[in-house]
Write a new protein. Sequence first.
Lengths: 280, 349
Amino acid sequence: MASQRRKRGQNRVVRYLILGSWALFCLVPVIWFLSIGLRPRTEIITPQPIYVPTLSLDAWNMIWSDWPMGSYLRNSVLAIVGSVAIDLVLAIPAAYSLSRYTYRGREDIGFYILSTRMMAPAIVAIPIFFLFRNMGLLDTIWALMLIYAAINLSVVTWIIRSYMMDIPQELEDAARTDGASDLRILWEIIIPAVLPGIITAAVIAMIFAINEFLFTLLIASTKNAYTMSVALANFTGGSDGVIYNAIALVAFLAFVPIFVVVVAIQKHLSRGLTMGAVKG
Amino acid sequence: MARIELTGIQKRWGNVWGVRDVNIDIADQELIVFLGPSGCGKTTTMRMIAGLEDPTEGQVIMDGEVMNDIDARDRDVAMVFQGYALYPNMTIYENIRFPLRMRSVPRSEQDRLVREAADMVELGDLLDRKPSALSGGQRQRAALARAIVRQPQMFLMDEPLSNLDAKLRQAMRVQIKHLQRQLKITTVYVTHDQIEAMTLADRIVIMEGGLIQQIGTPDQIYSDPANTFVAGFIGAPPMNLIEGQVKDNRFQSAGVTLPDLPISWDGPVTLGVRPEDCRVAADGGHLIGQVYGVEPTGDMTYLTLKAGDRLIEVKADRDYRSDLDVTCHVTFDPQRLYFFDPKTGQRIR
Ligand SMILES: Nc1ncnc2c1ncn2[C@@H]1O[C@H](COP(=O)(O)OP(=O)(O)O)[C@@H](O)[C@H]1O
Ligand SMILES: [Mg+2]
């Protein structure tokens, strides 16, 4: 008994050791970013790496005073939240239709939707630029909302659809014989039942949107529409040279909210990411 | 009041047949049971009555009115599903109230009706729970309550007890029959379990391969089967079907000899005899076979005999015991013999 217990304990130590080293390996860049963000500029490029830097809020003060950080943050949040809202409004009925009704070409439509993700975005960059210019939407967050929504619509639809396909037909039949209309069924039965899927899809769309760079760079030209991701790139230019500590700090700050959200919903997330693949 | 007629109903998906030809006239307040093996078209027929599926051919008529073009939600039938189909995000109370809400029953009425229905199935204490917090039997009763709450024209129940264990199934069976008699609502009940069908039904509709094999009261189905399918499906264990030859009014098969047949027939025939109509005799008898198995159950003993290369089931006395391979004589009750044409399976009368 005693020896067995000791063995169990040892196994657990080994397991934590392995997992701990893996976690550390993954987290080192993040920690390194934070450490660079919180040191003075003089300690960034040195012949010998400085592992324990002087704590300094230079970068922190600088990003708020020298740059319109507030605007960037607001643009990011509005563009992302808006785009996810557009996606959900369009994707939920589309996913319901794809998962429930049978009609000619249903499978094809599902595939067309997904195929929009298969193309290199650069191919459509120029046409999209002209499109938004003609609409007078260049350098607005409206354009960002639309483009983020367009990029993510397929994935969001696909994830929600796969959750909906897991709902037994019986449930809808029951609601129908109970007297519910299609819209009622969608609203009162289907949406509550796939809420985890909807949240997962929304978070995945948020992650894609927050990291979007190419189209944002194309559309945004001033602080009217600059988001965190494009603003980051801008720190590298200018007469001040490359301001590594500010870049690192902003990158870290952009990472934190997503990290928190992902940790909160990680149970659903892994299912959302693998599902389209296995269920087809 | 609800009388349902199905006339010339067919259902096909491409070239897959669900139902080939169904004609039934269901009387008001009747409890009718669709009985048949899996895949015979019971669910399909029921879904067409509910309006969840459109017949390819034929008409669904309710109280003289053709219902084919009327949507499921306007048919006023309540369905109980095999998997219960309770709405997982709602409490039991909300589940039972859902059909009332959908039909715009006044709010003041809703609460009273929900509680009445819940009390009827003894679920009053569990109204605040979510379906996931209930046992199988409780979920089943919640599904029943949701069906009875709005006093529909008709109940449709698709294998409602098949997910319950045997003991619970019997208790619920009695409860369903009691409720149906109390509420006097026309009911179609689907099952593949012949005991359930026999105990519940006013009339049984036996189906196979999308076709109705026989319609009748449980007594008629048991004592007057129309063909070998019905004969072999009803009874536990089911009727023994013994192929043999008739010559000079005498049935002959391996180990079986029957003189003085009540039918005029010549040539191959299938003899049907129920295990409960066989009696172990000292000698002579109609059947001579070797004991193949003895299974005491308490109130009787199942005896399996081997005659030629065929096994024949006999219900023997509760204290009957025997060694294997002993020769055994059996007499048949001459009043309860059935003969079938082996080519068509139809009864010879
Ligand atoms: N939606 C459908 N599409 C194609 N075939 C179906 C469909 N529903 C049922 N069937 C077929 O119709 C036949 C009858 O099915 P069903 O009514 O469910 O049988 P039961 O309820 O008696 O077990 C089966 O062969 C089944 O495969
Ligand atoms: Mg079925």
